[in-house]
Design a protein around this ligand. Structure first.
Ligand code: HGY
Ligand code: MN
Ligand code: MN
Length: 416
C-alpha cells in the first residue's frame, strides 16, 4: 500500500472527524457554500477561540507571537532551543480566500491536533517539544498580501508596510488588529518565536491534479512537497474620466474599463507566450455604478511559474503591451524545501511521491527564513482549490493524520 503499511491511527481519526464537523459552519456563506474567513474579523476571532480551545483540551500552552500567529506547545520550547534542540512544529492556517474551500489551511491545523491525539493515545513520549502553529492572514484576502502573518513574523514584510495595508473599506491592518485586541505596536520580526522552531512540517490539501489524476505518475493519498514556484502579485491602476453612461458619446469617452479588458486579455496571451500562468481575479471599479463610466479600474494580476524569469518577462511584456505600469505588490522567489528532509519524509511515508506546487504557503516563507521545512499534500480528487468545490476524501484526510503521526514519531526524537 502506498505511503507505508502501518496500521491506521484510529484515535486521531475520530478526533479529526469531530473537529472537522465543528469547524465546518464557521465563516461558511449559506448562499455559495464557500468560506469567508478573513484576517482580524469576527470569523477570525471565532477560529482563534476554537484553536485555543482545542489546544487547552490537550493541555498545550498557547502563545500569541508579536504578529498574532498562534502557537500551541507541548513541552518547553525555550529550554529546548537553549539546549540547541528546538521544537518540531506542525500546523497551517485557518483563514480563507473569498468563498474558499473548507480544506485549504484548516486541514493542516486539524490534522496536527488529530495526530497528537493518536500519539497521546499510544503513549508516545515526545523527545522534543511539539508545537502546533496557526498562522494568521495566509491568504491575504482582506489586506492583499498573502502569508502576511509569516512574512511579518520573519521580517519578509516590514511592519510599517504590513500595518499600513488597507482593506476594501480603507481600514488599515493596524486598525483591524487593534479592534480585534492585538497590539499592532508589537508587530515585527519575532526572533524569540523563530528560535523555538527547529523543524516545521505543514500538511495541506493538494492544490493541483497530480495525486487525483489516475494517469499521473504520482499516486497515493499523501505526497511530499519539494518546492514552491516563484509567484507574485501586481496591480494596474487604470484611470479614466467618470461620466454619464447614457449621455456621453463614444468618441468623448475615456473609459478605463477598456484598458482593464486589455490587461485581462493580454495577461493570458503573455502567460501562454512565456510559459507561465497569470490570473486577473480581482477588480476594483470606482465608482462601480451600472450607469457611470468609471474614473478608475484597479486590476490585480497574480502570475506564477516554474521559472522566475519567465514570470517576470511575462509581466513586463504585458505592461508594455498595454502601456500601463505593473505595480508590484508582492514577490516570492522559488522556494526549495530542505532536500534531506524531503527525502526523509518520502522514505518515512513508504516512498510517497514528491511534488512541486504553484501555491504559496507559510511553509515557504519559513523555509526562506532558514527554518528546515517540509510539506505534505493530501490528495484532492479534482485538484480544485480556492473554491467551494475544494474537496478531499475522509479516508485520505485520515491518511494525512497517519502520515503526520509517522513524521512526529521519527522527527520528535531528533535534534533539529
Ligand atoms: O496564493 C496562494 O498560493 C496561497 O493560497 N496563499
Ligand atoms: Mn490558499
Ligand atoms: Mn493554504
Amino acid at each position: 500500500m502506498p505511503n507505508g503499511s502501518r496500521p491506521v491511527a484510529q484515535p486521531g481519526h475520530e478526533s479529526f472527524d469531530r473537529m472537522w464537523a465543528e469547524l465546518a459552519p464557521v465563516g461558511r456563506h449559506p448562499g455559495t457554500g464557500g468560506y469567508r474567513r478573513f484576517a482580524w474579523t469576527s470569523q477570525d476571532a471565532t477560529l482563534r477561540e476554537w484553536f485555543v480551545g482545542e489546544a487547552s483540551r490537550r493541555g498545550l500552552d498557547v502563545v500569541t507571537d508579536r504578529v498574532g500567529n498562534l502557537w500551541a506547545w507541548r513541552g518547553d520550547p525555550d529550554a529546548a532551543a537553549a539546549a540547541g534542540a528546538p521544537g518540531l512544529v506542525l500546523g497551517s492556517h485557518l483563514d480563507s480566500v473569498p468563498d474558499g474551500g473548507a480544506f485549504d489551511g484548516p486541514l493542516g491545523v486539524v490534522s496536527a491536533f488529530a495526530a497528537l491525539d493518536h500519539l497521546d493515545a499510544a503513549g508516545f513520549a515526545l523527545g522534543r517539544p511539539l508545537g502546533i502553529a496557526c498562522f494568521g492572514d495566509e491568504e491575504g484576502a482582506r489586506f492583499g498580501v498573502a502569508c502576511a502573518g509569516s512574512r511579518l513574523l520573519t521580517g519578509a514584510m516590514t511592519s510599517e508596510r504590513g500595518l499600513a495595508l488597507t482593506d476594501a473599506d480603507g481600514t488599515t491592518m493596524a486598525e483591524a488588529m487593534r479592534a480585534a485586541g492585538h497590539d499592532p505596536s508589537a508587530v515585527g520580526r519575532d526572533d524569540e518565536t523563530l528560535r523555538r522552531v527547529g523543524t516545521f512540517i505543514e500538511l495541506h490539501v493538494e492544490q493541483g491534479r497530480a495525486l487525483g489524476d489516475p494517469g499521473h505518475p504520482a499516486q497515493g493519498p499523501v505526497a511530499v512537497g519539494s518546492s514552491i514556484w516563484p509567484h507574485g502579485r501586481w496591480r494596474f491602476d487604470l484611470a479614466g474620466r467618470a461620466d454619464h453612461a447614457g449621455t456621453t458619446k463614444l468618441e468623448d469617452r475615456d473609459d478605463p474599463m477598456l484598458a482593464a479588458a486589455a490587461v485581462i486579455q493580454q495577461a493570458r496571451a503573455a502567460a501562454q507566450r512565456f510559459g507561465c500562468v497569470a490570473t486577473v481575479g480581482k477588480l476594483r471599479v470606482l465608482p462601480n455604478g451600472v450607469n457611470a463610466i468609471p474614473s478608475l479600474v484597479q486590476t490585480w494580476l497574480d502570475a506564477r511559474g516554474a521559472d522566475a524569469h519567465a514570470v517576470r518577462n511575462a509581466v513586463s511584456h504585458l505592461a508594455s503591451t498595454v502601456g500601463q505600469a505593473a505595480i508590484e505588490e508582492s514577490w516570492t522567489d522559488a522556494t526549495d524545501f530542505d532536500a534531506p528532509l524531503v527525502g526523509r519524509l518520502s522514505a518515512l511515508l513508504g516512498g510517497a511521491p514528491v511534488l512541486a506546487t504553484g501555491a504559496g504557503h507559510d511553509a515557504g516563507i519559513l523555509a526562506s527564513a532558514g527554518v528546515p521545512t517540509g510539506m505534505l499534500f493530501v490528495r484532492n480528487p479534482t485538484g480544485i482549490s480556492h473554491s467551494p468545490e475544494e474537496h478531499a476524501e475522509t479516508d485520505d484526510c485520515h491518511a494525512g493524520v497517519d502520515a503526520l503521526v509517522r513524521v512526529v514519531e521519527a522527527l520528535a526524537e531528533e535534534d533539529a
